[in-house]
Structures are given as C-alpha cells and as structure tokens.
Design a protein around this ligand. Structure first.
Ligand SMILES: *Cc1c(COP(=O)(O)O)cnc(C)c1O
Ligand code: SF4
Length: 339
C-alpha cells in the first residue's frame, strides 16, 4: 500500500490572502477603468482635481458587475471622478454631518444615546464619490492609532453605552487579527450588549468573508448586526450571495443602508429592485439616506419632494419590511431624522 507523504505546510505568512490581494489590485487609474468598460469617450470629463481630492479606487470584482459600454451604468457613476464634482454649490460644505464636533476620544463619535461609533480604520476598499468621508481626515483620526486604548477606556467608563458600532472607513479592511484584538479589549465591559459593524466589503469584495472572519464573528460574546451598503440591485451577484449566506449561517443579522443618488437609484423601480434583490440575498433594508451635503456631491442630490414621492411609491408597492426608512442626518439631532 502506498501512502502519500503529508504535504509540506506553507508558513501562513506566505499564503496570499485573497481579499487583501483584491484590495491591492483594485483599479486606481480612471483611464484604465474606462478602457476596461469600452468607455474612452468619457475621458474628457475626468477630473484630476477630483482625483487629487479623493482618488479613484474600485475593486475589479465590482468593475465586473458594471455594464460594458454604458456611460450611465449605476455602479460606474458611484466611483468615477468627473468634472461635476468641482463645480462649487452653495449649501454643500465640508463637515456637513457635524462629526468634527461629536468626537469624544480619538476615533470615537458619540451622537446618539447608548451608542458609540468607533472609527476603526480610515481606509475603504472602494471610494464612493458621494461619501462625506471624502473630506474628513479619518486617516489621522482612527482609534487604532494608539491600539484603541483611549477609545476602549472611554467606552468602559460610560455605562450608558450598550452598543459599539465599528465604522470607518471600512472596519472590515482591518485584518482578522486586528479585529480580534479590538473586540478582545471590549469583551470584558459589562454594559456592552450589542456589536454592530458598518461595512461595504461584503458587497464590493465578498472574498473578505473568509473562514477567519467567520470564526471571529462566531466567537464574539454579543449578538452581531452587520449593516452592509449597496445602492443598486446590480451590486449583487453570486459571489455576494455566497458571502452573505455565510454570514447569516454564522448568526449575523444583516441590514442594508443605501444612499438616494440621482442617476443611480432615483426611481421606484430601482429602489424596489434593490430591496427585493437584497432580500433574496438575506438582507433587510434599513435606511435610505438623503445625501450629506458635502462639497463635490451636489450632482447626486435628489430633492426632498422627489425623495418623499419615491418613498411613497415604494411603500405602495412592497411588503412593509422591504421599505427602508427615508432619513437625513441633522447635526445635533438625537437620531437620524425621518423625512
Ligand atoms: C448613524 C449613527 C449611529 C447609528 O444610528 P442608528 O439610527 O442606530 O442606526 C450611531 N452613531 C453615529 C455617530 C451615527 O452617525
Ligand atoms: S465610507 Fe463607505 S460610502 Fe464612504 S467611501 Fe468608504 S465604502 Fe464608500
């Protein structure tokens, strides 16, 4: 009888981690993106100034879900730095959501009762043009810088905090080891009841939901909610379905938040398709956000009257649990404000 010799084991550090490779290989050159999509004719509308403010970054798996040859593709519109961004517009300011004023420790933002938001990292897998973070110096403000010491101390000392939200940037762009370090530091705080993670990674780089991440999630001492971020039904495909299925199997509650964006999802059809597609993947709609009015995003705005009409149209069409809450963030409010 022949027995095969055991395979020599490769040291862990030499095995490339697929999702980290996907992050490294993201498209960063807008001309390459247009080339991949057969859209060279859009090149004159690219803006180097917009690129300098917030560089293009889009994972290749997300590019693969864009329609070739369609300059109005709803996924492309979310990431392409166009000259529209550099047109100044009154009312669109730098810190539109008041985050500058709501910091209570490095990387901690406390706006609402019972909840502390931790800016776990400044980096994201994808750069969304409409995002208010395009101006906020999160890279220097993350709680990770001092090993989360001040942030964890603050949460420990405030017994009113029952829920920690890991946000960013995108908290799942941290390694599994870093995440475990952070939750390890929080684990013995008796007043914490819930953990929430806000991440776009399960949508844009579904490979991120690897065995290590699932192991970490399953071992946490709190119920976990993961709020993903998809704005259009086309952002879902089989790889995303599989990733979300694994998260559900690990007992994670899945919600979606979307931003209402002109030219992306500003129709009842698009919003209904988003809710239905998300539900098919195991995700319930949570919020539909009115845009934060930061500089460079005015061309994405949908006015309030139209937003309300779209929301009413959705409510008339879908099961109640498929209708997200239409909200806006107002500095100083006690929660997101329904429109
Ligand atoms: C949006 C937000 C939350 C969470 O609000 P929910 O309504 O509970 O989803 C918490 N903290 C901050 C700073 C926020 O911006
Ligand atoms: S924080 Fe979210 S919306 Fe903003 S750029 Fe990162 S992934 Fe996009």
């Amino acid at each position: 009888m022949i027995t095969a010799a055991p395979e020599p084991r490769q040291p862990a550090a030499l095995v490339p981690v697929r999702w980290q490779q996907a992050l490294r290989e993201a498209v960063r050159d807008p001309r390459e993106l247009l080339d991949l999509l057969g859209l060279d004719r859009l090149a004159p509308r690219l803006s180097d100034e917009a690129m300098a403010q917030f560089p293009l970054r889009v994972p290749r798996g997300f590019v693969a879900r864009m329609r070739r040859g369609d300059p109005r593709d709803p996924l492309l519109r979310q990431v392409l730095p166009l000259d529209d961004e550099m047109r100044p517009m009154p009312g669109f300011d730098l810190d539109a959501v008041g985050d500058g004023a709501a910091k209570t420790a490095p990387g901690v933002i406390q706006k609402y009762r019972g909840r502390a938001l931790l800016v776990a990292t400044g980096s994201c897998a994808i750069h969304c043009r409409y995002c208010f973070r395009r101006h906020f110096p999160y890279a220097e403000e993350t709680a990770a810088r001092d090993g989360w010491r001040d942030a964890v101390d603050l949460i420990r000392q405030d017994a009113s905090i029952e829920e920690v939200l890991l946000s960013g940037g995108d908290p799942l762009s941290l390694s599994n080891g870093k995440l475990a370090e952070l939750t390890g530091a929080l684990a013995d705080i008796p007043h914490l009841r819930r953990l929430r993670i806000h991440s776009r990674l399960p949508i844009v780089v579904p490979e991120r939901i690897d065995d290590g991440l699932l192991g970490w999630l399953s071992a946490l001492p709190w119920p976990v909610t993961l709020v993903v971020h998809a704005n259009h039904a086309n952002e879902f495909d089989g790889t995303v379905d599989a990733a979300l299925g694994r998260l559900r199997a690990a007992g994670v509650h899945l919600l979606n938040q979307a931003v209402l964006l002109r030219g992306v999802n500003d129709s009842v059809d698009a919003l209904a398709a988003l809710s239905e597609r998300g539900f098919a993947a195991g995700v319930l709609p949570y919020y539909l956000h009115q845009l934060d009015r930061v500089a460079g995003v005015a061309h994405f705005e949908v006015d309030d009257a139209h937003a309300r009409a779209l929301h009413a149209g959705l409510a008339a069409r879908l099961s109640g649990y498929l209708v997200p809450r239409l909200v806006r963030e107002i500095p100083g409010d006690t929660g997101k404000r329904p429109l």
